[in-house]
Design a protein around this ligand. Sequence first.
Ligand SMILES: Cc1cc2nc3c(=O)[nH]c(=O)nc-3n(C[C@H](O)[C@H](O)[C@H](O)COP(=O)(O)O)c2cc1C
Length: 380
Amino acid sequence: MTVSTLSTPFTLRGITFKNRIAVSPMSQYRARDGYANDWHLVHLGRFAMGGAGLVYIEATAVEEHGRRTHGDLGLWEDGQIDDLKRITAFLEDEGAVPGIQLSHAGRKASERRPWHGETPVDAEDMATRDEAPWPACAPSAIPYADGWPTPMEMSEADILRVVDSFGASARRAAQAGFKIIEVYAAHGFLVHQFLSPLSNTRTDRWGGSFKNRMRFAVEVAKSIRAHWPEAYPLAFRLSATDWVDGGLEVHDTVEIARRLKAEGVDMIDCSSGGIGGKERPKRMTITEGFQTPFAAEVRTHADIATMAVGFLWDARFCEDLLGSQQADMIALARELLDDPNWPLHAAAQLGATDNHSLWPIEAGWWLMKRDRLLIKLGLR
Ligand SMILES: Cc1cc2nc3c(=O)[nH]c(=O)nc-3n(C[C@H](O)[C@H](O)[C@H](O)COP(=O)(O)O)c2cc1C
């Protein structure tokens, strides 16, 4: 059988992904009190059935106040483990590695779901959905954007508490059956808020110099590693650039990746942007695979595995970027919403001669018979 790079297994520590395709974390805003439900099982399960090697669960809050919206998943209490266990068991049974993205929204907390406006939760949410706003915290008292409340500047005790929460959630993630953690350190969420000079103007050991701004991310990595099995990989999603003058640039991200690698981080998922409001920064130009060069640069200069993400949909494009060693894995979000079977279709497009054997037999057997008939009838 012809095997593409996309379909080649990839190993980090003791965990092997059957191919290079990851489901990028996608918040569903469908949880209640942070608890997962059947929606999450079915939403994620179809990607495992569709052949993805790694299925990441959406941004999952390590503290109740660290949720972005009322619908976010959480792993801040032991009671939340069992519903997730059901999901990880299913994903593994279908051949995918279950991963979780751990998150704290910081100053982006208490936000309305996208279809309710992506603005701060307010009295209308309370009246229509009984959803009350809650106070947000951040490294510095700088609002996320115009019209957003000023977050409370975190004290030393607040910072240490959140660092511990990442570790405690990692312990729960292992109990729930996850095999890889990704820390959400991108898109203007709390870890990114500490890293970026645009949102962190502290003058204590958590801000000021670049080294100090990295401290929170480093402590989060250490806290997770203290609770997370040695054999399981740890990844970080970084915004490789803020796309804003005076913000983080890709050479900073290379430094951050090097520092995190020294703390036991195994892969960097290279995204970008998100630090300063919803408007797209002037410097940001979106084209197919526009963030791929960041994955390549981090991979080369920090000598760490990378995941490329963002505006990827074409199997050959993805194959070329993996084949040319710009990244070790690719992550897809919207394309997989459109076609959860994308990994199976991509394998066929890239020449897998026995493609049906990759499908769950309950579908593959029938599709194989249909294909034979189509060929016999001269219709394919
Ligand atoms: C429905 C939806 C929810 C998302 N939620 C998250 C999230 O929880 N965490 C995250 O890091 N990115 C999130 N993203 C961003 C995606 O993971 C991905 O980086 C982005 O959509 C670009 O990839 P794409 O062009 O393949 O969609 C979300 C995207 C979508 C479409």
